[in-house]
Design a protein around this ligand. Structure first.
Ligand SMILES: C[S@@+](CC[C@H](N)C(=O)[O-])C[C@H]1O[C@@H](n2cnc3c(N)ncnc32)[C@H](O)[C@@H]1O
Length: 304
């Protein structure tokens, strides 16, 4: 660390960014800024305006502790207790997966489908509808809350097997003022959702980012994921595809005819899941899509 008299915000950031770089972190400067902004209860932009300010001894002690934990691999999102997803802040801690940018792509796809359909209905002079959506494995609630927030005419069911995750998802729903639009259910995949749904009570959309990592991939995951994020949120069975395949077998009985599944997977599981669906005559238009990094990532399909 610099000499005590040199502990300005500027020097703290430069020293920490260089320290994180030597530790091999992916975004050393960004991490340093996010952590210091957290300690000083300010924004990253505000740090630049206050560059020459010298934080108090107490603030520096708190910052040093966060720097130590970050350099040991703990994700920045857990250290600051939040992660931005689709321009909304989500509370996170080690009981839920940190929302990923790939999942924003899935949400974007679902929102675009809804907006396109609503526009076509309006052009036909049809009454507007309420979209009934289910998010399976909701975790922090990032999919359920974002859809409830950005689709005003929606009602959402969010399921998770982890009561801890459901608690956090509920807090995020409250934070974004959509708790009245979301029903939270605890249980295994779609088990908590009745099987005897009449056609009009079935879902229009089922979205899911289920656990899809295999046991062997899990063993090789980087420390920052494996040692800190919940295994329950990551491992989908010995090949990784077991949980997603179980889910796609349960979905058709809860989806309306013409309803859609939006599912995030990994390049190693997407093929097996799509194959299972193609063999099942209840599905049509089963499509594997790539993410922005050109990696096979999503299965989208329509219920016949
Ligand atoms: C990959 S995380 C996704 C979390 C969140 N939807 C997201 O995209 O960030 C998978 C979630 O599924 C939950 N989960 C795992 N197995 C489950 C099961 N059998 N039934 C319901 N939820 C499950 C985990 O607790 C975790 O919250």
């Amino acid at each position: 660390m610099p000499q005590a008299e040199d502990w300005s915000i500027k020097n703290l950031l430069e020293w920490t960014a260089s320290f994180f770089e030597k530790k091999g972190l992916d975004s050393p400067r960004l991490d340093a800024e996010v952590l210091l902004a957290r300690v000083l209860k300010t924004t990253r932009v505000e740090l630049f305006v206050r560059y020459d300010e010298k934080p108090s001894d107490d603030a520096r002690t708190q910052f040093r502790e966060l720097v130590r934990r970050r350099s040991a691999g703990e994700p920045t999102a857990y250290l600051v207790g939040k992660k931005e997803f689709y321009s909304l802040d989500f509370e996170v801690d080690s009981r839920v997966l940190i929302p990923r940018p790939e999942t924003e792509e899935l949400v974007l796809e679902a929102i675009e489908h809804i907006k396109r359909t609503d526009k076509a209905l309006a052009n036909d002079g049809a009454d507007s509808r309420v979209w009934s959506i289910c998010d399976v494995g909701t975790g922090s609630g990032c999919i359920a809350v974002t859809l409830a927030k950005y689709i005003p005419n929606s009602q959402v069911v969010a399921v998770d097997i982890s009561p801890d995750a459901l608690q956090i998802a509920q807090r995020n729903a409250q934070k974004h003022k959509v708790e009245h639009k979301i029903t939270f259910l605890e249980g295994d995949l779609l088990d908590p959702v009745s099987l005897d749904l009449s056609e009009e009570r079935r879902f229009d959309i089922i979205a899911s980012n289920p656990p899809y990592v295999s046991e062997s991939e899990y063993a090789r995951l980087e420390t920052t994921v494996k040692d800190f994020e919940p295994k329950l949120a990551l491992v989908g069975g010995s090949t990784g595809a077991e949980t997603p395949v179980r889910l796609v077998q349960q979905v058709p009985e809860r989806l309306k005819s013409g309803g859609r599944l939006f599912m995030e997977l990994s390049p190693t599981t997407v093929g097996a899941v799509a194959e299972t669906m193609k063999k099942d005559e209840r599905w049509t238009d089963v499509e594997i899509r790539r993410d922005f990094a050109h990696i096979d990532r999503f299965v989208y399909a329509v219920r016949k």
